[in-house]
Design a protein around this ligand. Structure first.
Ligand code: 13P
Ligand code: SF4
Length: 336
């Protein structure tokens, strides 16, 4: 019987083979900051969900290998229909994407047809296609600020990010009640204890955390913003409330500082997204060797999902006049 090479190769051999295949396939490897350290190290580009979408749109590689969760790889495919987009494990889901099934989201929009829908990128292609503008945790505030104040807005699916954006922008938002089951776990009580033990440490948090946690934070931002912050801040120690994969980059870029993972209520030492961690080096190697699983998006759906993603990317760079034009092209009342 033929033996699977992934079960006999060492990690170093696998890494060498991945780099070789990358050249042969003219591939680029994109990795989210929550991936295992070894996957982040091998990647050409590491980033948060906004940065990875932007880089996926810009790449001239023939193949995108996306080490992240499914909605991220799917977004890369929507932006690059002619490219092969591989993902190490098709089961890399996301609790937020699961919280918003398309048929319920459509009904929600039909119940509020005069509302414009700003939807977090953590959702399926079907929900993107039912949305007006996609946002990420790093772009939500900026995008909401570009929408006329008298325009009612639905924000989905993350209620915590929505509540945070509502508090920051001061605008009313109709919130979908989804949560990230990883960020929802941080314990206000255990964080208060840690803060008392490390009075000089800054407490930094991802906006998917609950309001009671965010209100304690010295700094709130996307994974990319948290990483930039620890490099820029004068603080020497940080209590970090997000998935612990980000600590690898923090330690690589500012090794002289101390990083203390904020603990979840369940007693674990740090917070781990099981969806992200279904991707392994072995699966990354196998998906490149076998060129599968590849993410596919049916063309009609892809075209409908594309414009809301493009609006997010365009609004990031747009001046006020251009932003007005982009928002004014959205047609309301909603009809699917
Ligand atoms: P970022 O936009 O910070 O990458 O967040 C994505 C995500 O899934 C966080 O849980
Ligand atoms: Fe989804 Fe939360 Fe995992 Fe991010 S950390 S991929 S939001 S489940």
């Amino acid at each position: 019987m033929k033996q699977d090479p992934d079960t006999t190769m060492t990690q170093a051999e696998m890494v060498r083979d991945i780099l070789r295949m990358k050249e042969e396939m003219r591939a680029v490897i994109l990795a989210h900051y929550y991936q295992d350290s070894i996957i982040q190290d091998i990647a050409d580009i590491r980033g948060d969900s906004f940065e990875l979408s932007r880089r996926a749109r810009e790449t001239d590689a023939d193949v995108i290998v996306f080490a992240g969760v499914h909605f991220m790889a799917e977004t890369a495919k929507i932006l690059n229909p002619e490219k092969t987009v591989l993902i190490p494990d098709m089961n890399a889901g996301c609790s937020l994407a699961e919280s918003a099934p398309a048929h319920l989201f459509r009904r929600f929009r039909e119940q509020h047809p005069d509302h414009l829908a700003v939807t977090y990128i953590n959702c399926t292609a079907e929900v993107k296609a039912l949305s007006d503008i996609i946002c990420t945790s790093s772009s939500a505030e900026r995008i909401l600020a570009r929408i006329p104040e008298d325009q009612p807005v639905i924000f989905a699916p993350d209620k915590n990010l929505g509540e945070y954006a509502r508090a920051k922008t001061g605008r009313e938002l109709l919130l979908w009640q989804g949560v990230c089951t990883v960020h929802e776990q941080f314990s206000e009580r255990r964080i208060s204890q840690l803060r008392a033990e490390h009075p000089d440490a800054e407490f930094i948090a991802h906006p998917e955390c609950e309001g009671v946690v965010l209100r304690q934070a010295d700094f709130v931002g996307s994974t990319g913003a948290l990483l930039a912050h620890v490099q820029e801040s004068a603080a020497r120690a940080f209590i970090v409330a997000t998935e612990s994969g980000i600590l690898h980059q923090m330690r690589s870029l500012s090794p002289e500082k101390e990083y203390i993972p904020a603990p979840p209520e369940n007693g674990c030492a740090c917070s781990i997204c099981d969806y992200m961690k279904v991707n392994t080096l072995e699966k990354l190697h196998r998906c490149m060797r076998e060129r599968t699983p590849a993410v596919e998006v049916e063309e009609d759906l892809r075209r409908k999902a594309l414009r809301p993603i493009e609006r997010m990317l365009e609004l990031a760079d747009a001046d006020t006049e251009e932003a007005k034009r982009i928002v004014s092209e959205i047609s309301l009342p909603f009809s699917a």
